[in-house]
Design a protein around this ligand. Structure first.
Ligand code: AMP
Length: 415
């Protein structure tokens, strides 16, 4: 028990974590260029926020939240996704009162009580972007372009972008009616959840993993055919901007996305049949959470999924490993001197390390090799007495003797 982690969570060990850092670095770098600033919100929020923000009829709220009572008997929930918290922060901190848009991104852990399997965890991580305060279709395209730029700069190829419009509330009202009529004959044969969704939110039935294969469900009418003129125009413009960016997409009229809050544009990025990222517009959410009527659009990428995609595609990541210089000491005095020498090298900006276990020269050279050291400084008691040290270039094998007073500078020159 003590030495086992809970189901569905992972340790990120040295050696793996560098891949995460590369993904996070790329995300921050792309966001900087799109002038999107970082926001950090709490890991837990009032449970009510997610019920309202994510939607009572979603799988997340119905089955997957980590909800607990704190000592003050408040109901709190570990965040299952990022958008509701970002919108809450937008409202609570009155960011809407500033000139719009407000463009923000986040990177961090999310928690859902799902059945763990490859690519599905109970603590997982998302990089997400939210743009609030503007409804212009060019912003939808820009947000999609940001995600695509991120994937491209990770080194991923063959990412499929699927888009759809799930309409505004007006379109959805009309569509829900049509959908109920279509599904009514099979209502009693649907799964229990869908029977209750039938009245509350029939669009969720289209996304149900159990009933998706039901022929009547699979042949449901398309939301796209019931869009208001305004929604239709918005969708056409989003597509036309994507065309002008040279971003390829497939319209998937079946996509409804698992979260209730989407309006108009919805999109997903797929790789090898798995969803890397999902997003869309959520124009009602700010108001729903007690703010003014302000639109919003965003997406979230699963970082674990992005890592799996990078592995699937055999992408070599530009990860710096090893050290610039490794210190090899022979003798007691020399060994002591390397302690301060190490500090001098590090202060000068070099990645430096040494042996701490009093190993033999051969074992120390092996350690230097294992760490991929570019240079090795060899210091014996005799050299120390003469005020010199040897620098060995590990690539060429060339070795030179330099005065200790110039050592840092010489090592720097050789890198
Ligand atoms: P969602 O917030 O459900 O739209 O999910 C956005 C992205 O987060 C998905 O496309 C996945 O890449 C990732 N994701 C969602 N749930 C999980 C999970 N349980 N484990 C790992 N990644 C997840």
């Amino acid at each position: 028990m003590l030495t086992n982690r809970p189901r569905g969570v992972n340790d990120l060990l040295p050696g793996d974590v560098e891949r995460w850092q590369f993904i996070e670095r790329t995300a921050r770098d792309v966001c900087r260029r799109f002038n999107v600033a970082e926001i950090r919100t709490p890991i837990f929020e009032h449970t009510e926020l997610f019920k309202r923000g994510v939607g009572e009829t979603t799988d997340i709220v119905e089955k997957e939240m980590y909800t607990f009572q704190d000592r003050g008997e408040r109901s709190l929930t570990l965040r299952p996704e990022g958008t509701a918290s970002v919108v809450r922060a937008f409202v609570e901190n009155k960011l809407y009162a500033q000139p719009q848009p407000t463009k923000m991104y986040y990177i961090g852990p999310m928690f859902r009580y799902e059945r763990p399997q490859a690519g599905r965890y109970r603590q997982f991580h998302q990089f997400g972007v939210e743009v609030l305060g503007v409804n212009d279709p060019s912003v939808d395209a820009e947000v999609i372009a940001l995600a695509m730029t991120f994937f491209t700069e990770l080194g991923l190829k063959d990412i499929t972008l699927e888009i759809n419009s799930v309409g505004s509330p007006a379109s959805r009202e009309a569509y829900r009616h049509v959908l109920r009529e279509h599904l009514a004959p099979v209502k009693d044969t649907l799964c229990k959840d869908c029977q209750s969704r039938f009245d509350r939110n029939p669009m969720r039935i289209l996304d149900c993993k159990v009933d998706r294969d039901n022929e009547i469900v699979a042949n449901s009418p398309y939301m796209l055919d019931y869009l208001t003129d305004e929604d239709k125009t918005h969708f056409e413009q989003v597509k036309s901007y994507l065309d002008s960016f040279g971003i390829r997409y497939v319209v998937n009229p079946r996509m409804v996305r698992g979260l209730d809050y989407y309006t108009q544009t919805a999109f997903e990025f797929m790789e090898s049949g798995s969803t890397l990222s999902g997003g869309g517009r959520y124009n009602g959410m700010v108001e729903q959470l007690g703010g003014p009527d302000q639109p919003g659009i965003g997406f979230a990428v699963g970082i674990e999924r992005a890592l799996i995609a990078l592995q699937n595609q055999d992408v070599q990541l530009p990860i710096e490993k090893g050290v610039d210089v490794f210190l090899v000491a022979l003798g007691e005095e020399a060994s002591k001197r390397t302690v301060t020498l190490l500090q001098e090298l590090r202060t000068a900006g070099l990645v430096a390390d040494k042996d701490y276990l009093g190993k033999s020269m051969k074992a120390q050279m092996k350690a230097a090799d294992r760490l991929n050291a570019k240079q090795v400084v060899i210091l014996g008691d005799d050299e120390l007495a003469q005020g010199v040290a040897n620098i060995k270039d590990m690539e060429s094998g060339e070795q030179v003797s330099v005065p200790l007073s110039e050592l840092v500078q010489k090592v720097q020159q050789k890198l």
